[in-house]
Ligand binder design. Structure first.
Ligand SMILES: NC(=O)C1=CN([C@@H]2O[C@H](COP(=O)(O)OP(=O)(O)OC[C@H]3O[C@@H](n4cnc5c(N)ncnc54)[C@H](OP(=O)(O)O)[C@@H]3O)[C@@H](O)[C@H]2O)C=CC1
Ligand SMILES: O=C[C@H](O)[C@@H](O)[C@@H](O)[C@H](O)C(=O)O
Length: 313
C-alpha cells in the first residue's frame, strides 16, 4: 500500500501523513495531476470537496492511476448549503467521485448557509453578505454526520475550520468525536493553541495551504530558506517536513508534475532532517511578527479564531 508515513486516528483507522490538495485545480488539469500523484509520485490520499466543483475529474484521475480504490484514502467535505441534508450532499460527492464510500468526510466550515437562497453554493442577502442559516445548529449537522458514518457510507468523520469554541458547540452532544480538524496551518499561522486543543481531544490536525496557498511568500521566508540550505532541501520541503514532524497531516496542492513529486519526497526528507532547533525557530516565526492567514472568506459570523479579520459590515 505504502503512500508514506501514516498517523493513527482516534478510532484506530490510519491516515496518510501526505495528501494531494485539489482546490482550484482546474478542469483539464486535475485528472492528470491526481493520476500522476498516485501512479508516479506515491500519494495515497486525495483531499476533495463538493464545493471545488471538480470531483468528477478527480474520480477519473483516481481510476486512471490504476491503483485499487481500497488503497487510496479519499476525503471530501460537506458544503454550508447542505448542513441540514448531509446524506444528499454526500451522495452527490460519491456519485461525482464514482465510489461507494469515503475514507473521511468533513464539515467544510462551521457555517450553515440558507439551503433555499439565491445561489446553490454562495447564497447572498440583498446587502451582498453571505446568507447564513442562523436557525440551524451545528450539533444537528454533526448528528447527521454520525448517521452517514453508522450507515457505512464513510469510514471516519471530522470537521474543518472549527475553532475551539465551534468544536465546543458539537462536542457535548457528540456520540463520535471528530477524527480530524482540517485548518489553515503553516509557519505563518501555526495555531499552536488550537492544535494542542485538538490533540487533547484525540483529534488529528490536518494542515491546509501548508505552502501558503497561491503566490505564497512562505517559500521565500528567510528562516525557511536558511534551514533548507543547511540540509540541502528545497524551502517547500522544510514547510511540509516541519508539519509532519509535529504529527500534522499536510495537503499540498499542485497540478505541476515535478512539484507533485518533489512535495512528496521532499516532505519526507524534511520531516527526517529537521532538528529540534529548526522546529523551534519555525514555531516562533508567527509570534515574532510574521503572523498571517491567507484563507479568510467573508463569513458574516464569528468563527472564534485568533488572527481573523474583522467581520464584513
Ligand atoms: N478546508 C478548507 O477550507 C481548505 C482546504 N484546502 C485544501 O488544502 C489544499 C492545499 O491548500 P492550497 O490553498 O491549495 O495551497 P498550497 O499551500 O498547497 O499551495 C498551492 C500553490 O502552491 C503551488 N505549489 C505547489 N507546490 C509547490 C512547490 N513545490 N514550489 C512552488 N510552488 C508550489 C501550487 O501551484 P501549481 O498547482 O501551479 O503547481 C499552488 O499555486 C487545497 O488544495 C485543498 O485541498 C485549502 C484551503 C481551504
Ligand atoms: O477549501 C477551500 C476553501 O475553504 C474555499 O472553499 C473557500 O475559501 C471558498 O472559496 C469561500 O469563499 O468560502
Amino acid at each position: 500500500m505504502s503512500g508514506g508515513p501514516r498517523f493513527k486516528l482516534d478510532h484506530g483507522a490510519e491516515i496518510p501523513a501526505i495528501g494531494l490538495g485539489t482546490w482550484q485545480s482546474k478542469a483539464g488539469e486535475v485528472e492528470a495531476a491526481v493520476a500522476y500523484a498516485i501512479k508516479e509520485a506515491g500519494y495515497r490520499a486525495i483531499d476533495c470537496a463538493w464545493a471545488y466543483g471538480n470531483e468528477k475529474e478527480v474520480g477519473e484521475g483516481i481510476r486512471a492511476s490504476g491503483v485499487p480504490r481500497s488503497d487510496i484514502f479519499i476525503t471530501s467535505k460537506l458544503w454550508g448549503t447542505w448542513h441540514s441534508r448531509v446524506e444528499e450532499c454526500l451522495d452527490q460527492t460519491l456519485a461525482n467521485l464514482g465510489t461507494d464510500y469515503l475514507d473521511l468526510y468533513l464539515v467544510h466550515w462551521p457555517v450553515p448557509l440558507n439551503p433555499k437562497g439565491n445561489h446553490p453554493v454562495f447564497p447572498t442577502l440583498s446587502s451582498g453578505k453571505r446568507d447564513v442559516d442562523h436557525d440551524w445548529l451545528l450539533k444537528d449537522t454533526w448528528k447527521q454526520m454520525e448517521a452517514v458514518l453508522k450507515k457505512g457510507k464513510v469510514k471516519s468523520i471530522g470537521v474543518s475550520n472549527f475553532s475551539e469554541s465551534k468544536l465546543n458547540e458539537i462536542l457535548p452532544t457528540a456520540e463520535i468525536i471528530p477524527a480530524v480538524n482540517q485548518l489553515e496551518i503553516h509557519i505563518y499561522n501555526p495555531q499552536h493553541k488550537l492544535v494542542a486543543f485538538n490533540k487533547s481531544k484525540g483529534i488529528v490536525t490536518q494542515a491546509y495551504s501548508p505552502l501558503g496557498s497561491t503566490n505564497s511568500p512562505l517559500l521565500a521566508d528567510e528562516i525557511a530558506v536558511e534551514i533548507a540550505k543547511k540540509h540541502s532541501l528545497q524551502p517547500a520541503d522544510v514547510l511540509l517536513g516541519y508539519l509532519i514532524a509535529k504529527g500534522i497531516v499536510v495537503l499540498p496542492k499542485s497540478v505541476t508534475p515535478a512539484r507533485i513529486a518533489s512535495n512528496f519526497t521532499g516532505a519526507l526528507a524534511g520531516a527526517e532532517k529537521l532538528d529540534t532547533l529548526d522546529i523551534e525557530k519555525l514555531d516562533g516565526l508567527a509570534a515574532n511578527g510574521k503572523q498571517k492567514r491567507f484563507i479568510t472568506p467573508p463569513w458574516p459570523v464569528e468563527l472564534g479564531f485568533e488572527h481573523w479579520p474583522p467581520l464584513p459590515q
